[in-house]
Every structure is written in structure tokens, then in C-alpha cells.
Design a protein around this ligand. Sequence first.
Ligand code: ADP
Length: 322
Amino acid sequence: MSKKAIAVLTSGGDAPGMNAAVRAVTRSAIASGMRVIGVRRGYNGLLNGDVIDMNLRSVSDIIHRGGTTLFTARSPEFNSPEGVKKAGETCRQLGVDGVVVIGGDGSFRGARDLTNEGIPCVGIPGTIDNDIACSEYTVGFDTAMNTAMEMVDRIRDTAQSHDRCSVVEVMGRRCGDIALETGIAVGATAILVPEVPFDLQKDVIDRMMTSQLTGKKHYIVIVAEGVGGVDAIAKEIQAKTGIESRATVLGHVQRGGSPTVRDRVVASEMGDKAVQLLLQGIGNRVVAMKNGKIVDYDITEALDMKRVFRKDLYDVAIKISI
Ligand code: ADP
């Protein structure tokens, strides 16, 4: 009987730690006697047969690298019944018994469809935004926050020297987690996230004026991408307070860089878990973190879950950042 084979791909937005996950999947599968096929550029690679045989050395020297050495892509062609069918046929031709998909919600929808097509798939949450409802943690989140923190620390030096207010946009379209934790870590006076409605006058400007009465002279306001409008916010702050205000959008710098310890370790543990599931022939699952432990959920159930924002942590942030 021929060896069982699994394929591994990275899909959607890249995140630091994806390489560590690919490495773990590859080595764990080989340790269990499986063949491993690396698929390039997400689902596109399954549509056009852009695949490579992986061995132990294929994943050498990548654990510390940001981005994804398998490349990633968005694949509109896959996102159709014909595309999924074609990807399933490629898997059958290659003798693939299961696929590990490292990506976000969109990629997991694809993994669910491919499982329904007869190819068991397991998802690993890989996105800097921490926006996967079923998991407390997504691979890439810690690195992105540390990068954002470092960048804002630098901005703070200049804000402090000039008695300015810096309004900084960090990533997170639907999810304010990067803004929340980075905001706490940099001692932001205000943190604006999509999950909490705010009033610019009351929640930002009045707070700044209160702080000013106690001698504060420079201010950091962190704004999640999903709130946006940093230029307008900075202008309004300056107009209403008279404090010189500057806007900065950190952008893609947060997606790159060498993954932190946490991202490498979580990616390694989740990679191994995904392989163990496929080894048992179990598909349509998402690997996740719950109470610090690695668990797994049915993909459809996972996609239906609602994210819970850490309002308790948000309240602490507001209390202590005055
Ligand atoms: P992410 O995985 O980071 O959320 P996307 O939403 O861009 O990123 O999804 C990545 C890829 O997953 C898409 O390009 C597409 O090929 C596939 N995909 C996304 N949504 C679906 C869906 N509803 N059904 C099937 N495949 C999907």
C-alpha cells in the first residue's frame, strides 16, 4: 500500500509564524510515516498543480522567517463549485489524503468546501488580526503587536520631544485586538476599536484635557484600521485642543518580520495537531486555542461562532491610561 500523503498550503493574508507551522506540519507528518506535498500560492497551487515534494530539509532554516516560503494568494477561481471540484481532482491525482490549510476565515470556508468534495481538510488560524472567533489566538498576532509596539515607542520619542499628540492606525479591520493590546503596551491615552462605539469629544479630547491638567504633555491615540480616519481625527484633536497632532498609518510593516517565540511555539503545536487529526482521517476541523490549550472544532461550527471582545481588558486600559 502506498504511503498516506498530506498537502500543506498557506492562504489569504500572510502572517509571521506561517513558516513555523509549515515546518511543523511537514516534520510531524514525516515522523508519522506520511508523504508531504507543499502547495504554492494557496488554493491557486491546487488549481494549476504548482506543488513540490517536501522532505525534512525542505523546511530547514525557515522557522525564524516572516512571510511564507510556500507563498500565499487569494484565489477567486477556487471560490466557485467548479474551482473546488478541480482542486479535488488535483488532490486525487496527487494521491493526497488530506490538506492542512493555514489562513483565516475565508481560507477555512475553502477548506470546508474541499472537505465536502471528498478531501479531508484541517485549518490552522494564521492571521495577524486575531479575528478567528473559535480561537483565543491566531498565529502572527504576537509578532504583529510587538512590531506595532516598537514602532509606536519610536513615535512616542518624537511626540514627547515636541509635546505632540500622535494618532496611530494599527491593523485590524473587523477586530480591535491589535489596537487594544498595543494600546495598553504603549500607554495610549485613548484606544479606538470597531467593537466599542466612541465619542471623539468625550472619549479622546476631554480625556486629553483632563490629563493635561495633571501635567501630561504628549499623547498617543491608537486607532484600529476598522475605525480608520486617522488624518481627520488628528485634525479635530488639534483644532479642539490646540495640541499639535500628527497621524501615522503603520500598515504592512506589521505583517512582516521574524516571528516571536509565542508565534513559533503556537504554530508548531497547532501544526502537529493538524497532522494528528488527518492521520486519523478526521477532516473539516479547525485547530484552535482554548484556555491556553490546543483543541479543534468543526469548521462550520467554528465559522458560526461570534468573537468575544475583551471588554474587561479594554476597561482596564481606559482606567489606567489617563
Ligand atoms: P483569509 O483566509 O485570510 O480570510 P480570504 O478571505 O482572502 O483570506 O480567503 C482566501 C481564499 O480562500 C480566497 O481567495 C478563496 O480562494 C478562498 N475562499 C474565501 N472565501 C471562500 C468561500 N466562501 N468559499 C470557498 N472558498 C473561499
